[in-house]
Design a protein around this ligand. Structure first.
Ligand SMILES: *[C@@H]1O[C@H](CO)[C@@H](O)[C@H](O)[C@H]1NC(C)=O
Ligand SMILES: *[C@@H]1O[C@H](CO)[C@@H](O)[C@H](O)[C@H]1NC(C)=O
Ligand SMILES: *[C@@H]1O[C@H](CO)[C@@H](O)[C@H](O)[C@H]1NC(C)=O
Ligand SMILES: *[C@@H]1O[C@H](CO)[C@@H](O)[C@H](O)[C@H]1NC(C)=O
Ligand SMILES: *[C@@H]1O[C@H](CO)[C@@H](O)[C@H](O)[C@H]1NC(C)=O
Ligand SMILES: *[C@@H]1O[C@H](CO)[C@@H](O)[C@H](O)[C@H]1NC(C)=O
Ligand SMILES: *[C@@H]1O[C@H](CO)[C@@H](O)[C@H](O)[C@H]1NC(C)=O
Length: 836
């Protein structure tokens, strides 16, 4: 040891004494309070790793009030636990220590006890340690006497357990502050309600304020955002004595759930870059999330106006209130049920039936039935007159309801099927009513349909084919297992706003495009050319003229009209209208100034670097992802696009991506996850293996295409004409190889590569590789992909090698194609017909 080192050591020791002694031994080194250590305002002690600190603070700078609590080291104003919530010290004379009887005590300047851990113990040598989890634990002889996690304030941290003892009723709950600057116990609490089926509640006093819906072993089924697989890994556990525990998962970043003084429960993540807390989720998010907004038998839909409606077969209890938009009084049955009625006065009548309501947040007070298949749930419920509704969840099995159905919400795209018991007359009446609505719609549709049918018939006759029209909607309908399939189907049809879709005359469009002049041609899709046009009022449009020769064209045309007329999203192209005249079928879209993505990615004559830097590309990836998420999850219907590729992604003047070309899209029923088709359509190179080989498609096959697209965007290279000096493999194979070799830069488009974005680019390759895995079940859902992209999911799993990785596996697919019909392969969307 050199002299200077020794001197330095002495100096440090001296410094240590100077700093520590006068304050009776408060050293930054310790995380433990003992009986011979007094912490005086404003001293603090830190947990190991210095994540949390313990000390005095004043949340309200306008007063001198001091509180003792635990806060984050990185953000000292973010308090997670307060000792003397209801009893502030009016000056900075407070101190804390371990009392002679072994309690943690907080004293004011006069030596009076302001707060105490208040346990009865005869301990002699207790000490309190601030753990790195943020828990302050009082121990003696390694047995825990008291811990702050047993008395939480308004913050739920990982490892903190919310407890419900169903035998004694004892609960450990979060309790809100009185106001953002006053830690006094407020009116809101959040905790676990474990009786029957565990649910999380926020209460306002004794009244429920928000309800998570039942815990099904994996997710809370009444929380819409939770359907995206592993965004959160909560656990609910119980022990044999009937104590239930709810815990939040630990993540890489600092995370907490806070119950705010206004009753909103918010998840916040520490963002080390911005040094700020990001709110990533909160509940209630809207009025529909507030418990019982629409009262008993009322259903809330945040997308409707007014948000409340009565369940079918029910009418508002207080019409006057409902008229004013106040739904809390709820609804009452219009006609009594047969079940339970006196059979003599009932005078016969058909048995009650059940109506299926898809995509619901199930009502409160569920009771768990025996484990049984869904049909069994129904017969169990129909046999018991006090059962007025049932539902089935794969994990929870049967759920039954016998009380008033309250806190029901209509989700879109996610949720459970709820079956409610209705008298048969209500079920029939509904059908009649629907017919009355349908007649005018049919009248409105006649103009289109007559043309379409005649055209179809002509084309069919010309081809000598008697094949039945494959209407996607009806196919989807067949997969509904229940009696209400028909009703649901009609609902879907009602939502097609065909009558709202403007019809353009052929003449208008011919004039707009200068008689479909080649100079105005924007590109050529699989089913015909697309022209730029200008209407008389100067509005620019894109006109897709489906080639008259293709029989498929008609089907795709109808499909596109049906699909896209229902969809509205900023990342989907908007259909302005259509034209069906004589042999012509034409679609009219909004015009996209920046054409399609492939032009800028792959066209060497474009200085793409100038236009599409990494930031833009990343936001394009995100935009496409959001568009897909809307198709898969958030729209009224579940839609599989089946033909994701750069040429189908259009860019507006702000470079926002818009998914186009819904000619291949398929609509799925709510429960349907996968379908088979004899007719494989799509574009080679973007098709998932199970789809290309076996015709099986699902949302995961879109995820596959999205993965390929991401790799193309990152590399700036086209999958179907790929070559790279680093590896003589396919695009996928090359990405896999270079990613495994940690050689991302060799894969990334050299024109956009920047060292500071390296991490983000490589992460994109990683996520893309997860999307292109061979087995659909291994691929993440699109919502998970988005969560990964924006780092809500930080740790990415390791991908499996993609199936088309090893060699440019053209031979495999080509032989399959040739055996079918021998299509030549290029970037044009190809269609393969089943031999039969
Ligand atoms: C301590 O606990 C006793 C009962 O266990 C209770 O009566 C008393 O109010 C508590 N004191 C404080 C300061 O919480
Ligand atoms: C008091 O506790 C400390 C650790 O908490 C332990 O090292 C010490 O031996 C204990 N003393 C007695 C007398 O039990
Ligand atoms: C801890 O151990 C000491 C000595 O063994 C004993 O006197 C004391 O009661 C113990 N404390 C507790 C809380 O069990
Ligand atoms: C508690 O957990 C056990 C398994 O550990 C389970 O068998 C039991 O049914 C649970 N009790 C309740 C009331 O859910
Ligand atoms: C509730 O309070 C939090 C934090 O104070 C705030 O972010 C949120 O917007 C508030 N919510 C409502 C509905 O007022
Ligand atoms: C009414 O009759 C049906 C069969 O016709 C029977 O299942 C039901 O239990 C009867 N209800 C009452 C209240 O007697
Ligand atoms: C009918 O359902 C009610 C409520 O779910 C339940 O309490 C009752 O035991 C059931 N009756 C029969 C005969 O199953």
């Amino acid at each position: 040891m050199s002299i200077s080192q020794i001197l330095k050591l002495y100096f440090l020791q001296y410094l240590f004494l100077v700093l520590c002694l006068p304050r009776l031994g408060i050293c930054a080194e310790t995380d433990t309070i003992t009986s011979n250590l007094v912490i005086k305002d404003p001293d603090t002690i830190s947990s190991q790793g210095n994540v949390f600190k313990l000390g005095f603070f004043s949340p309200d700078k306008t007063t001198k009030n001091r509180y003792f609590g635990i806060f984050y080291s990185v953000s000292e104003s973010t308090v997670i636990w307060v000792a003397n919530r209801n009893n502030p010290i009016p000056d900075s004379s407070g101190s804390i220590t371990i009392s002679r009887n072994g309690n943690i005590v907080l004293m004011n300047g006069k030596g009076e006890i302001v707060w105490s851990s208040n346990i009865t113990t005869s301990s002699l040598n207790a000490s309190a340690q601030l753990l790195s989890t943020g828990n302050l634990v009082l121990r003696e002889n390694s047995s825990t006497l008291w811990e702050s996690f047993g008395y939480p304030s308004n913050a739920l941290l990982p490892n903190l357990r919310l407890i419900d003892n169903i035998n004694t009723g004892h609960k450990v709950v979060l309790s809100s502050w009185k106001s953002p600057t006053d830690p006094e116990v407020g009116s809101f609490t959040t905790g676990l309600q474990a009786l029957k089926i565990p649910q999380i509640f926020t209460w306002n006093g004794n009244r429920p304020h928000w309800r998570s819906g039942p815990w099904n072993g994996k997710i809370l089924i009444g929380v819409q955002d939770m359907y995206s697989v592993y965004l959160d890994d909560f656990t609910v556990e119980n022990d044999t004595s009937g104590i239930f525990y709810f815990t939040a998962p630990e993540g890489k970043f600092l995370m907490r759930y806070t119950l705010n003084s206004n009753g909103s429960l918010a998840k916040t993540l520490w963002n080390p870059q911005t040094q700020n807390w990001d709110i990533t989720w909160s509940a209630p998010q809207n009025e529909c999330d507030v418990y019982g907004t629409c009262g008993p038998f009322g259903s809330c839909n945040a997308l409707n106006s007014p948000i409340c409606s009565c369940l079918r077969g029910f009418e508002p209890k207080n019409l006057e209130e409902w008229g004013r938009g106040i739904g809390t009084s709820g609804c009452v049955r219009r006609k009594p049920l047969l079940c339970g009625r006196n059979n003599n006065t009932g005078g016969g009548g058909k048995e009650d039936g059940f109506l299926r309501l898809p995509f619901m947040k199930v009502p409160d007070f569920p009771e768990q039935g025996p484990s049984s298949p869904v049909e069994e749930c129904r017969s169990l419920c129909s046999r018991n007159c006090s059962c007025i509704a049932y539902a089935h969840d794969t994990n929870l099995r049967c759920m039954f309801w016998s009380q008033d159905l309250i806190d029901i919400q209509q989700f879109s795209g996610v949720g459970e099927d709820l079956y409610i018991r209705l008298p048969s007359s209500e079920l029939e009446r509904h059908k009649d009513k629907k017919l009355i609505i349908i007649i005018p719609i049919v009248a409105g549709l006649v103009a289109i349909l007559i043309c379409v049918v005649i055209y179809w018939w002509l084309m069919d006759r010309r081809k000598g084919s008697k094949r039945k029209v494959d209407t996607k909607l009806y196919e989807a309908g067949q997969t509904y297992p229940s009696d209400s399939a028909e009703i649901v189907l009609k609902d879907d049809l009602d939502k097609v706003n065909l009558e709202e879709l403007p019809l353009f005359s052929f003449e208008t469009l011919a004039n707009a495009t200068n008689q479909f002049h080649d100079d105005n041609m924007l590109g050529k899709g699989g089913f015909g050319p697309v022209y730029k046009g200008k209407l008389a009022d100067g509005k620019e449009i894109a006109v897709k003229r489906l080639s008259a020769a293709s029989r498929q064209g008609m089907e795709e045309f109808m499909n596109e009209v049906v699909v896209i007329s229902k969809l509205q999203h900023r990342n989907l192209v908007k259909l302005l209208g259509c034209c069906v005249e004589k042999e012509e079928k034409i679609l009219v879209y909004e015009y996209m100034r920046n054409k399609s993505l492939d032009v800028f990615l792959f066209d060497p004559s474009h200085p793409s670097q100038k236009f599409l830097d990494w930031k833009k590309r990343f936001s394009i990836i995100e935009g496409i992802g959001r568009g897909l998420l809307y198709l898969h999850r958030d729209s009224i219907l579940k839609i599989i696009h089946r033909d994701m590729k750069p040429s189908n992604v259009l860019l507006d003047e702000d470079w926002n991506p818009k998914i186009s070309d819904f000619g291949m899209a398929r609509i799925f029923g709510g429960n349907q996850d996968q379908a088979n088709t004899g007719r494989v359509v799509g574009t080679y190179g973007y098709m998932a293996p199970e789809y290309a080989m076996e015709g099986r498609f699902s949302e995961k096959s879109d995820v596959y295409s999205f993965g390929v697209l991401m790799l193309e965007i990152v590399s700036g290279k086209k999958n179907t004409s790929f070559y790279n000096q680093e590896c003589s493999l396919s695009l996928l194979g090359c990405a896999w190889k270079l990613w495994n070799e940690d050689n991302g830069p060799a894969f990334i488009d050299q024109t956009i590569y920047k060292a500071e974005s390296h991490g983000e680019m490589v992460r994109c390759i990683h996520i893309a590789l997860l999307c292109v895995q061979e087995f659909p079940k291994d691929r993440p859902t699109i919502s998970t992909v988005l969560a990964m992209l924006n780092r809500e999911i930080v740790d990415l799993p390791v991908p499996e090698q993609p199936v088309f990785a090893e060699k440019w596996n053209r031979s495999h697919v080509t032989s399959f194609q040739q055996s079918q019909m021998g299509v030549s392969i290029n970037d044009v969307t190809l269609t393969m017909l089943d031999g039969r």
